[in-house]
Design a binder for this molecule. Structure first.
Ligand code: A2P
Length: 274
């Protein structure tokens, strides 16, 4: 299976399939270095959020890398407290300022805040039309949230970023998204590092001289899932990108799919209180 490093979103925008996620990466040197190391290792997608409170350092890391801005795909997200029409417009400007950029590649609604996400979406559509963001999407939306959004939306979300890892494979939602040409992106793709000792993943890795982390990343990629593993260690950041020289068999993929237990590490989007 030849695996392309990029994927085309519904509006034609090209997104790298593998990026660096920076949730829980500390603002300051930790975030600057992680972003810089990732870009030096060949990553071209960086995924942050206003809520991660590290947008300033992510911007610094991008500039420190020397990689031209237009070669990098930057995602950030609208925080729950900023949802609503006017506050979304304001929050977007703040993210842009903190990152020190004049456009964002992908802006996502972070969580489906009841009674607010449709107003937020209207503002996102307006920002999209203005050209200051190249694609817009959602995160943590179930099928019913998307169906509700689509009743009034002029622009169909291009991405839904959801929790996916081998113990939460989300196959029904992934199918719905694929049917609607909404790209699937995984957060906590390594199960927050909690499943890296799973004997099946370790055993599959041994066949290819790869780690369990590399096996999981490859499983996402071969399953058409955009994947953004987080690490603050240079060797792991490099290791997580070194996944384009081997291929899982259909049998490997099936064995990993079967690790699914539908167990979430984060909150259910139907039941969160922040
Ligand atoms: P660290 O940042 O200390 O390297 P997820 O992306 O699912 O949220 O997982 C991130 C967690 O997995 C972090 O705790 C990270 O730790 C750890 N991690 C990331 N890559 C690797 C790797 N290649 N080997 C071991 N642990 C890793």
């Amino acid at each position: 299976m030849s695996l392309k490093k990029t994927k085309e979103l519904a509006n034609g925008l090209i997104i790298p399939r593998l990026g660096l996620g920076v949730w829980q990466v500390k603002d300051g040197a930790e975030a600057v270095d992680s972003v810089k190391w990732a870009l030096e290792a060949g990553y071209r997608l960086i995924d942050t959020a206003a809520a991660y409170k590290n947008e300033v350092s992510v911007g610094e890391g991008i500039r420190a890398s020397g990689v031209p801005r237009e070669e990098i795909f930057v995602t950030t997200k609208l925080w729950n407290a900023d949802q609503g029409y006017d506050s979304t417009l304001k929050a977007f400007d703040e993210s842009l300022n903190k990152l020190g950029l004049d456009y964002i590649d992908l802006y996502l609604i972070h969580w489906p805040v009841e009674g607010k996400y449709k107003d937020s979406w209207r503002a996102m559509e307006e920002i999209y039309q203005s050209g200051r963001v190249k694609a817009i999407g959602v995160s943590n939306f179930h099928e019913h949230h998307i169906e509700d959004l689509l009743k009034e939306a002029k622009v169909v979300p291009m991405v839904d970023q959801i929790e996916i890892h081998p113990t939460l494979t989300q196959e029904p939602l992934r199918k719905f998204l694929a049917d609607n040409k909404i790209a699937v992106e995984a957060w906590s793709p390594l199960g927050q590092g909690k499943i890296l000792e799973n004997p099946i993943l370790v055993e599959i890795g041994k066949k290819y001289d790869k780690t369990a982390a590399q096996v999981i990343i490859r499983w996402h990629l071969q399953s058409d899932i955009i994947v953004i593993p987080k690490s603050v260690h240079q060797d792991r950041i490099e290791q997580n990108f070194d996944v384009f020289d081997f291929e899982l068999t259909d049998e490997d993929i099936k064995r990993i799919d079967e690790l699914n237990t539908n167990e979430r590490l984060g909150p259910d989007p139907d039941n969160f209180d922040f």
